[in-house]
Ligand binder design. Structure first.
Ligand code: ATP
Ligand code: MG
Length: 361
């Protein structure tokens, strides 16, 4: 069986370091591994509109931002198909048929959708499109017969929903769709990177992000304002690591070689953590180190982005060509789906002869 990747992001803002460790970095590694037959990376504008219906301009503006962030991180249009969801009409058609395979109560049980509804104060007025987005996500994944979906932990319920739809579809209509596997980050800190406020997950919609395109001074300011251990008041006090955002970020980003470069008194993160929990290590020193780490990680990304920013037309052209390629693949899957569902009336010669025979009797 072919190895195919599909994943994507909502164009609701620029991409941030949570996306980077949760999904983007992995995608680039998988792309460059050469182990995959096809890689599809989708800018999910139609999904973004499900909770931004009255702000289409926000979605429109952010398409190029997400595309630039992709290219800046090393996604390569020669190796990966970068495309825009709304340009693939087959995805809507697939969603429409999948809707018959899912119950309202099943959608209501989705924990990610539940918390997103709360976050957006949608309790009494959820747009139907938003409520059903896990179904449309199943269409996105299955349209490309994806076998692997590299995403953050918040996407687990969506993958479960997709698998259920695939099983149900195949059992009712015959083997047609491919069941995908989720690929979560190996590093626990990357599963759901918290925001700089330390409260919820870093999310474009919450304004608690460090963006990939952020300038050095902004990164520094954000790091210095980050949430640590509120009881760690004096340097000599023992500090807590749990819930300490600065250490969570170090877990996500730090490599041993950064110690040699920026903080040679320690050899590795475990040594730094041991000193912090014992007492005698101040937050400012740890934050300064995290700042150096983030600056080192983000500088090449920001510089590459600036290069692509000089040729915006080229970036739109990549998306156009990618969307054309993606549409051809989705059209083939839609044909398979309609054939399996036997809603291919005009291609089905047997149907016409059956009906002719029935009326001739
Ligand atoms: P929105 O607030 O509009 O939903 P978002 O910041 O949650 O935006 P998405 O476009 O929904 O971003 O998510 C894109 C991908 O990034 C998904 O695979 C998701 O799991 C991953 N992701 C998003 N935020 C984080 C995070 N804080 N930590 C790890 N992965 C994340
Ligand atoms: Mg999200």
């Amino acid at each position: 069986m072919k190895k195919i990747i599909l994943t994507g992001d909502r164009p609701t803002g620029k991409l941030h370091v949570g996306h980077y460790v949760g999904s983007l970095k992995r995608r680039v590694e998988l792309q460059n591994s050469g182990e995959y037959d096809d890689i599809y990376i989708m800018i999910a504008d139609a999904q973004a509109l499900t909770d931004n219906a009255d702000n289409p301009e926000k979605v429109r503006q952010n398409i190029i931002e997400v595309a630039l962030d992709y290219l800046a991180c090393g996604l390569d249009p020669e190796k990966s198909t970068l495309f825009i969801q709304s340009q693939i009409p087959q995805l809507c058609e697939l969603s429409f048929y999948y809707m018959n395979l899912v119950t309202v109560s099943r959608l209501q049980r989705n924990p990610t959708v539940k918390s997103e509804i709360q976050m957006r104060n949608f309790e009494a007025s959820i747009p139907v499109g938003f409520f059903t987005y896990p179904i449309s996500q199943a269409a996105d994944i299955t349209a490309f017969k994806a076998t692997v979906v590299p995403v953050g932990e918040d996407q687990l319920p969506m993958l479960e929903q997709t698998k259920e739809i695939v099983r149900k579809f195949n059992s009712v209509y015959g083997e047609t769709l491919v069941e995908p596997e989720i690929l979560l980050p190996d590093n626990k800190a990357c599963l759901r990177l918290p925001g700089i406020d330390g409260k919820a997950k870093m999310s474009k919609s919450l304004g608690n992000c460090i963006y990939l395109s952020e300038e050095p001074e902004e990164i520094r300011k954000k790091v210095m304002s980050m949430f640590t251990d509120p009881d760690h008041l004096r340097v000599e006090d023992p500090g807590k690591l749990e819930g300490n955002t600065v250490f969570t970020y170090l877990d996500a980003f730090c490599k041993d070689e950064y110690f040699a470069e920026f903080l040679p008194e320690y050899n590795c993160l475990d040594e730094l953590k041991a000193h912090y929990t014992k007492g005698g290590l101040g937050d400012v020193k740890v934050k300064k180190f995290l700042n150096s780490v983030l600056q080192a990680e983000l500088e090449p990304v920001r510089n590459r982005r600036k290069e692509y920013q000089k040729d915006i037309e080229y970036v739109y052209d990549i998306l156009k060509k990618g969307s054309e390629r993606a549409e051809a693949v989705a059209a083939k899957t839609l044909d398979d789906v309609k054939n399996s569902m036997k809603i291919n009336y005009f291609e089905d010669k047997d149907l016409i002869s059956e009906q002719k025979k029935r009326y001739a009797e």
